[in-house]
Design a protein around this ligand. Structure first.
Ligand code: GLA
Length: 724
């Protein structure tokens, strides 16, 4: 709910469990008053407002004595140059070179529904929007701060629109999506850091003085640092305490900063990465930033995750798919890599039928002359030497087996060795007079150019229109450098990275709109672009190329901090694992893959009837718990980053059923207590635990817990709970 108290000039955003308040102070600045636990309406929020500045803080010339400085108040948005020495959220340059900007309140309006951001993914379905207009009396600019709130979840969505109301261009050297100043700073910072095949590891450290940054300069949100961060109080744990979460609805290069100041207040700000970038806004034009999201919870880190899961399911992922059964796929990548032909694939499809999965996905290698990763990206026509009868034969074979047919694409790329590159070398990003850097032997197409996006769209439509395809795996296997567009119409290069990602969104929007019945899965060399921008188009994303259940326990645990289980694509794969060579029992490999959107990556052609029978059982087991994965609340019970164990339980919203998965990492001596306290159940109910054949109260399970003993390395336990 959004309210405005005129006499106090006070804006209040109120959700189920939070209050967010800001007001226009006597000097015209929009100042944060409070963000946290919901407060009773009898409290006067302005009681503790205190704007006395510290020494060395610049203040208005007309004032006598030390009464006010923008440096010392919690601002809702801060531009550079007028004495706020914290990290600015905007640097707006005029043609005379001045970057000084002073943003003050002008007006506001409240509208029904969540505001749309043109050409970009944004929060949707319901909501209410508050727009506050800020102006600079000396610079021809209007800055619109937009806040979107929803009744059904505690996430606040923010972004900024800059309007040039002058006669000359404005140059945005920085234009972040949000700024939040919190009055206390004794926080820990939690981030999700990683690497290819080791994405989203949880790292918690003290937020020290100065600026802590997470960012990507890579043209994608990246394997290395996800655009999610949390600030939690020192005493906050997984289950208890104050926690703030932040995430961007953006898939390109980004930056987010947390600045702890001398007064121990904290500024959090971020958005589009602005190193070497500049966005030009022509007179009468606007620039819209991507949206940022913020959440507060007093239920610990787990509370932030559950709030985000609810928000993402209700307001980011396409409603048609979000709660729908996710097709159980079998993918041929780990079993064939590029080495397949029609016979092999037909054989594979037969086996996929026997395995009773929903969809067979043919991965990389089906197009152009692609037999390894050196050629053919961009040539989206069938590799006839491998598949002489085309995709139709394969789709038909799938149909005969009663399963769907899925296909891999990497739309944003072009191989040097490709027809497309020969024809249009200028369609790849890079300067004409300098050799480009390649990554996985490929270049990045210049998606800032409409004709390039149109071309790829047409080629993908050709394949989709002529073949019975129900599933697309959309991959992206390198980062962007040489970010230069050879488009003769491109007057400036400072926003190429951003315009490129707008092109990616454009293609995703057009394809998902034209083919509403095709299910899209995101992927980027594993989980290199796992973010809210992508989830807007693709209900699930391949979490990592590392499918070893033990390593996955960390990747999936970390990913679940910011994203719902149903968005995390997980496959049950070989043992020994293809990459790590680790031997892991099939029960554990299933258990780990079942904590997400489930599928397989096996060489089914080597399977015996007994193996297929086992697969049928696993399919059924997964289907029996899938509702919980799609709709439930997640409680993380043991962290593989802190303990020798992974354990999570997902509980139905009515708290009647729950599904728990635990994995022992490395076995330790028996005297180490592996007690699991089970949170998330209803204290007052009695639960029957199927596998243990025991009934215990929710309260007992939470306070006393259960002890798991005698598990060897990588062994797992799976418990189903039902309330009596
Ligand atoms: C990426 C993906 C893999 C597979 C290969 C194909 O690495 O993450 O799953 O699709 O590309 O080249």
């Amino acid at each position: 709910m959004i309210t405005f108290n005129k006499s106090q000039q006070l804006f209040m955003l109120t959700g189920k469990n939070y209050t967010y308040a800001m007001y226009v102070n006597n000097y015209g600045y929009l100042r944060n008053v409070y963000y946290g636990e919901i407060l009773p309406s009898c409290d006067n929020l302005m009681y503790m407002v205190d704007d006395i500045p510290v020494s060395f803080s610049p203040q208005p010339e007309e004032e006598v004595g030390r009464v006010f400085s923008v440096n010392d108040i919690p601002l809702e948005y801060s531009a550079y140059g007028r004495g706020d020495f914290r990290i600015p959220s905007a640097i707006i340059r005029s043609t005379n070179g001045s970057t000084i900007c002073d943003l003050q309140y002008k007006s506001h309006f409240i509208t029904k529904g969540a505001v749309k951001i043109s050409g970009m993914p944004c929060a949707r379905y319901g909501g209410e929007t508050l727009t506050i207009v800020l102006i600079d009396k000396e610079k021809p600019v209007e800055v619109y701060l937009q806040y979107v709130v929803f009744d059904d979840c505690d996430v606040i969505v923010r972004n900024v629109v800059v309007k040039n109301i002058g006669n000359e261009p404005l140059y945005l050297d920085r234009i972040y999506s949000f700024c939040l100043d919190l009055p206390f700073g004794n926080f820990d910072l939690i981030k999700l850091q990683g690497a290819p095949a080791f994405e989203r590891n949880v790292e918690r450290c003290e937020l020290s003085h100065g600026i802590s940054t997470i960012q990507s300069l890579r043209g994608a949100s990246s394997h290395m640092l996800n655009p999610f961060l949390a600030l939690v109080e020192k005493v906050t744990t997984e289950q208890y305490g104050n926690a703030y979460g932040f995430n961007l609805i953006y898939s390109g290069s980004f930056a987010m900063h947390c600045e702890r100041n001398m007064s121990d207040s904290v500024r959090v700000t971020g958005g589009i990465q602005d190193n070497a970038s500049c966005i030009v806004v022509e007179p009468n034009d606007c620039f819209e930033t991507p949206q940022a999201t913020m959440v507060y919870s007093n239920e610990g880190i787990g509370g932030v995750s559950r709030q985000y899961a609810d928000f993402i399911r209700a307001h980011i992922v396409c409603e048609k798919y979000v709660y729908k059964h996710r097709p159980i796929v079998v993918n041929n990548w780990e079993s064939t890599y590029f080495d397949f032909d029609e016979e092999k694939i037909l054989n594979f499809i037969k086996c996929a039928g026997k395995a009773k999965v929903d969809v067979f996905v043919m991965d990389d290698g089906w197009f152009g002359n692609r037999n390894d990763d050196t050629t053919s990206l961009g040539d989206w026509y069938i590799n006839r030497s491998k598949l002489p009868n085309g995709l139709k034969t394969l789709a038909k074979a799938c149909k005969e087996e009663g399963i769907g047919f899925g296909l891999w694409f990497e739309p944003e790329m072009v191989s040097k060795d490709s027809e497309l590159f020969k024809l249009h070398p200028d369609w790849a990003l890079g300067e004409p007079y300098r050799k480009r850097r390649k990554g996985r032997n490929q270049y990045v197409l210049d998606f800032s150019r409409k004709e390039v996006v149109d071309y790829v769209f047409t080629k993908m439509c050709d394949i989709l229109d002529n073949n019975d395809i129900c599933y697309i795996k959309w991959d992206m296997n390198r980062y962007i450098c040489d970010a230069f567009s050879q488009n003769p119409l491109s007057s400036q290069q400072g926003d190429i990275m951003h315009r490129h990602i707008l092109g990616v969104y454009n293609l995703a929007e057009r394809l998902t709109t034209k083919y509403p019945n095709v299910f899209f899965e995101g992927c980027a060399g594993g989980g290199g672009r796992f973010d809210l921008g992508m989830l807007y188009y693709f209900p699930q994303i391949w979490a990592s190329d590392l499918t070893d259940a033990y390593q996955r326990s960390k990747i999936q645990y970390g990913t679940s901090l910011a994203y719902p289980l149903s968005s995390i694509s997980c496959h049950f794969t070989n043992s020994p694992n293809d990459r790590t060579k680790r031997l892991i029992p099939s029960t554990s490999r299933f258990a780990m893959a079942s904590m997400g959107a489930y599928g397989y990556e096996f060489d089914l052609t080597k399977y015996s009837q007994k193996d297929f029978d086992e697969m049928h059982q696993y399919n059924e087991k997964y289907k029996n718990t899938e509702r919980l994965i799609l709709e439930g609340d997640l409680y993380r019970l043991a962290s593989p980053f802190e303990k020798n164990m992974f354990c999570q339980i997902v509980v139905s919203k009515d708290k009647k059923t729950a599904y728990l998965v635990g994995l022992k990492c490395i076995d330790e001596p028996d005297y180490i207590d592996d007690r699991i306290r089970i949170y998330g159940l209803d204290d007052e109910r009695i639960y029957y635990i199927d596998e243990l054949n025991v009934s215990l109260s929710g309260k007992y399970l939470r306070t006393v817990g259960l002890v798991v003993r005698e598990l060897g390395d990588f062994e797992s336990f799976v418990w189903h709970f039902s309330a009596k």
